[in-house]
Design a protein around this ligand. Sequence first.
Ligand SMILES: *Cc1c(COP(=O)(O)O)cnc(C)c1O
Length: 463
Amino acid sequence: MADSATSRHPLEDLQKLAKEWGVPVLSDEFARLMDINDPLAGFREKFHYPKMGDLPLVRRVDGQPPVDPSEDGIYLCGNSLGLMPREVRNQLDTQMSQWARFGVFGHRHGFMPWAFCDEWLLQDMSDLVGALPEETCVMNSLTVNLHLCLTAFYQPAGARTKILLESQAFPSDHYAVESQIRQRGLDPAAEMICLKPRDGEHCLRTEDILQTIQSRGQEIALVFFSGVHYYTGQLFDIAAITEVARASGCRVGWDLAHAVGNVPLRLHDWDVDFAAWCTYKYLNCGAGCIAGAFVHRRHLGGGSRERLPRLEGWWGHRIETRFDMTNQMEPDETAGQFRVTNPSMIQAACVRASLDVFKLAGMQQIRCKSLLLTAYLEHLLKHRVPSCSVISPRDPQARGAQLSLLLACPVERVLSELEARGVACDERKPNVIRVAPAPLYNSFGDVLRFVKVLADVMPTDLN
Ligand SMILES: *Cc1c(COP(=O)(O)O)cnc(C)c1O
């Protein structure tokens, strides 16, 4: 398969393969051949992939043949909630039986002893985000981690008081920022710079972000963006934005909810100050599962010049003396100093199962398939559903696995017709549906079936 390191458009790779095989990219046969030749094809079997008969909104549609309940659904919603790795059940069984057999001794004995269960995840989690294990921690859930990081890193002082973020930041991030500003006795309306795309555009241009930082940098205490935007699927240039923001004296934090497990990341090398992410989207750890956070090494340990104003709890205490109960806080020297509370072994077991899958597949290989799969989706849409327009970036390097489709017709109706036919994707008001082929378990065949169904239900398209 194609090499993601080249800057060639993945569509060219698809066309090259089509030529080699002597079949058009738009043919059913092409999807079949892509799946046969997909090095990640076997990973679908590592997940529970929903069947038509289990999807709650599937129904018999007038004029259509009855649904075969044993057929696979069309699950393109991994950006919202990833599918369950089969291995989760085994990992949970292990923990349940250790609890049953050992009681309190499970804290220090058995597989992934509970007192350290988060630490068993650090090596593989840090690999996924391009961090050192000591810069990574697994704790709480996303918005809580954002608050912990913002508390430490948003330190308005003098003229430098503002936070720069996207105008369409995810609501939880927006509220977290607003409330953090209020906590400091400041006015969110005055302190938030919410950057809007240019008129008529859906995505922010890197040049405009950099220009804003350069011209207003002296007022900005913190630049806080999402790595991949939830609505448009835009992958921001984390390296460039971080570099310019730091050169302007700002702190820089990233919400990686839609980026982790989706695109390769190099938080340490990019010199990011902090980041946080959830684990239930592309990481497939289950709704509400324990989340991740990153704090760059320069802020940690004996080498750091500053003591960050963290919120503290006993789990951030160095392990050697944590249980001495002296009430003398000795912060852990790693990002683990941000922990406040002991982690759930049940959730850690889910993360363990998921990280094993990622480790086996490799993020480079995942991204490589993702580029092809998403380009294939875009190409089919262009030819088979011309009335919907893609608002995600056209440049494959500037997006992840998701395409956001702007519909010219009422989106609720289209979505309910899609759901009736076994499609799981989601709607974002006012009139966008988000479609995300997740390379670990989605096939080229899934994408083809989706586009055919969409063409069927769109009132304006001939197919
Ligand atoms: C999914 C998502 C969240 C969800 O936050 P939780 O604390 O996990 O409920 C927050 N921010 C962004 C950008 C997201 O995509």
